[in-house]
Design a protein around this ligand. Structure first.
Ligand SMILES: [Zn+2]
Length: 160
C-alpha cells in the first residue's frame, strides 16, 4: 500500500481536505512509474475514487489502469477510502490523506490540482475553492476579523 501524506502549516483553519464527493469527484494527479521495468509515464495521470475501469481478461476493475508502453504489462491502482482531513497542529504533523492499493505501479509525485476545503479553527467558517497549486493559500475570516492561511504545503508519497 502507498499513501499520499501531507504536511502543512494551517493558521486559523483546520480540517483541510480535498473537495471529493460523488457529485464532484476530486481528480488526483500523479506521476506514475512501472515497478516491472522502471519506465515513468511521460505525462501526469489523473484518477478519482468513483470511476472504475475494467482490467483486461475479466480480472476485475480499478480506479486507474495503465498498460506500460515499454514492458506491455498492465498495472492498476485503487483508492482505498475517502480522503482524511488534515487537522491544524503546532508544529505541523505529517499525516496520510489517501491510501492506494497499487499493482505493478507506483505513484512517484503528486501534483496538487483541484479544489480543497477547510474550516475556521474557532469560527467554523467554511472555506471553499482553496487552491494549493502554489503550495500556499491566504484568505480572511470575516467572523474572526483575522487573516487565515495555509503555507509550507508538502506532499509526499510513502509506504502505508
Ligand atoms: Zn513497464
Amino acid at each position: 500500500m502507498l499513501a499520499l501524506a501531507l504536511t502543512a502549516e494551517l493558521n486559523g483553519v483546520t480540517d483541510l481536505r480535498p473537495n471529493d464527493t460523488e457529485d464532484s469527484p476530486f481528480e488526483y494527479t500523479f506521476k506514475v512509474q512501472c515497478t516491472s521495468c522502471r519506465e515513468t509515464h511521460p505525462n501526469f495521470v489523473t484518477l478519482n475514487r468513483f470511476e472504475m475501469h475494467d482490467l483486461s481478461g475479466s480480472r476485475g476493475d480499478a480506479n486507474f489502469v495503465w498498460k506500460c508502453k515499454n514492458c506491455k504489462r498492465e498495472h492498476s491502482a485503487t483508492i482505498q477510502a475517502a480522503p482524511a482531513s488534515y487537522p491544524q497542529s503546532d508544529p505541523p504533523k505529517k499525516q496520510n490523506i489517501l491510501e492506494f492499493d497499487c499493482r505493478g505501479l507506483e505513484f512517484t509525485e503528486f501534483k496538487s490540482e483541484g479544489e480543497f476545503l477547510a474550516t475556521g479553527a474557532e469560527s467554523k467558517t467554511k472555506f471553499t475553492g482553496i487552491d494549493l497549486a502554489d503550495g500556499e493559500w491566504f484568505d480572511y475570516d470575516e467572523k474572526e476579523g483575522a487573516e487565515v492561511s495555509i503555507t509550507n504545503v508538502k506532499w509526499e508519497i510513502r509506504r502505508a
